[in-house]
Design a protein around this ligand. Structure first.
Ligand code: BG6
Length: 510
């Protein structure tokens, strides 16, 4: 069973394997996957004999594929670290191949299998295969079934192994997620299936468990007796850009809440697992999802704030409204912003509201979790003239400027008892001298070494849909004219403020 590696002296390297990337001509492969794999190669996490086969419908030679990738890897890495190492690129590029094929053609998969065998023999790879599904979701079923037909799924075998990484979105509602799980599990064992959510690969997200469970000062206070409420905000400053066609079938609830925000919520609210095995950790996350108080479809339209950005300005640049974006219908009712209050109805969290919010075209890109502790008694300093004092807040900055800050009260120097809030702040950049690595690097290596901790298990994905699907259903009949709007560059509609202010609280980020 896979287990989180806590040995700081170990260098993680996988067994030799062939990685097949389905959707090789796509944006995800160029912008995220290949730059991450190249970084892993440069940092010696990949075995000398590793090989990568890009698979997609477009006709291309190995050389053309390598040249395309070289350009996108340069683009992607140059914004972080300057030029890429040409010698490292040359040795890495010689391990990259391209195979043209359709996703629904058993013959093409038979040809892929032959190619894998030839490359494995040449490179002395014992037959291990990591299949990465980076295609649009409608191709998932065909690929999974054809991997089976071509005997590339190797169910029940561990030597050589086969694993499949499935990108999001994993279904569009509970029924489709169940169906996809069923198809995947007809072909693969659960241990072979890696449902990826890149938020779990973010360094700050992994740090949530460490912060809570490696520090007694936090975990003892991590409960309803001491915490007043929790806020989770994932704000993006970009609009949908050229992704309008996809986004309009999705919306913020499917695109961000069902996956990324639910994972953040689970990590904040889960009980300490009995061990660091992937299943022990995921068991606890599932329990949180099961304890979420349902928001029934008939309550969703009133309890959940959904809105769309209209034209506005971000950083001095004009941003057209969502309904004017490419491939978005002018009467679209898809939300680009959502805010709601969740309750985890269990012993630890009873009565503690979790306010969640995400949106596009907000004033800045910023994802953070803030834990708002209970007010202190209204005696001594916490009453006039010094008080009322601000309660302590612990903020986990997921991105950017990754770090953790604790706000507390101090006496400002001077003759008077003047009390002032201050922050103790830890930033990754200052403390570790570098920004955290890209999430895909971590997740790709985990999949290659078989550690499923940071991947979503089938029951977890279904439990998250069980919570989100009724909300989507309840909001599905909003007439176009009733859809709330917020100007691009603002923090969403006033209804999102009212949601939290009704409880006497305020959004921390504004
Ligand atoms: C993706 C969504 O999963 O996450 C995008 O499909 C969103 O719409 C992105 O922009 C946000 O990721 P990050 O890492 O930039 O916060």
């Amino acid at each position: 069973m896979s287990q989180t590696n806590t040995d700081p002296t170990s260098t993680r390297q996988s067994d030799p394997f062939v990685m097949v990337v389905f959707g090789a001509s796509g944006d995800l492969t160029r912008r995220k996957l290949m730059p991450a794999i190249f970084q892993l190669w440069c940092e010696n996490h990949l075995p000398e004999s590793a090989a990568i086969i890009g698979y997609s419908r477009t006709a291309k030679t190995d050389e053309e594929f390598r040249a395309d990738l070289c350009d996108s890897i340069r683009d992607s890495l140059s914004c972080h670290e300057g030029l890429i190492d040409d010698a490292a690129w040359e040795t890495f590029a010689s391990r990259i191949y391209y195979q043209q094929g359709a996703y629904d053609s058993p013959d093409d998969f038979a040809a892929l299998r032959q190619r894998i065998e030839v490359i494995s023999a040449e490179r002395d790879i014992p037959g291990n295969c990591l299949h990465y599904l980076a295609t649009p979701p409608m191709a998932f079923e065909s690929i999974i079934r054809n991997l089976d037909c071509a005997q590339l799924a190797r169910r029940g075998q561990t030597d050589p192994w086969a694993r499949v990484v499935i990108e999001k979105p994993f279904g569009t509602d509970l029924d489709s997620a169940r169906k996809l799980n069923q198809i995947a599990r007809e072909v693969f064992d659960e241990e072979q299936i890696f449902r990826i959510d890149h938020y779990l690969g973010k360094e700050t997200v992994q740090n949530i468990m460490v912060l809570r469970m490696a520090n007694s000062i936090f975990e003892h206070l991590w409960r309803h007796d001491y915490i007043d409420h929790v806020q989770i905000t994932a704000a993006e400053s970009l609009g949908v850009g050229t992704r309008g066609g996809y986004y309009d079938t999705s919306g913020a609830l499917r695109d961000m809440v069902q996956n990324h925000l639910m994972h953040l919520l689970c990590l904040v609210a889960m009980e300490p697992p009995v061990s660091l095995t992937a299943d022990a950790i995921r068991d606890e996350k599932v329990k949180v999802l099961r304890a979420l108080r349902p928001i029934p479809a008939q309550c969703a339209a009133n309890g959940v704030v959904r809105a769309q950005y209209s034209g506005g300005q971000i950083d001095g640049q004009n941003e057209p409204g969502y309904r004017q974006a490419e491939n978005v219908p002018p009467d679209s009712t898809t939300e680009t912003f959502v805010a709601f209050k969740a309750h985890v109805d269990n012993w630890r969290w009873t009565g503690v509201p979790f306010y969640l919010r995400t949106g596009k075209c907000l004033p800045r890109r910023c994802t953070e979790i803030s834990i708002h502790f209970e007010d202190i008694p209204k005696v001594l300093f916490n009453r006039p003239p010094a008080g009322p004092l601000r309660p302590n807040v612990l903020t986990i900055r997921v991105q950017p400027n990754e770090g953790i800050a604790l706000e507390f009260q101090t006496k400002a120097p001077g003759q008077a008892m003047h009390i002032q809030p201050l922050e103790m702040d830890f930033g990754y950049q200052e403390s570790f001298g570098q920004a955290p690595p890209d999430a895909y690097q971590r997740l790709l290596l985990d999949a290659a070494v078989g550690d499923a901790t940071l991947f979503t298990r089938s029951d977890e994905v279904e439990a998250a849909w069980e919570f989100v699907s009724p909300i989507i259903e309840g909001c599905s009949n909003t007439p176009p004219e009733a859809m709330l709007q917020y100007p691009a560059g603002t923090w969403g509609p006033k209804e999102a403020e009212e949601l939290i202010e009704a409880d006497g609280n305020k959004w921390r980020l504004k």
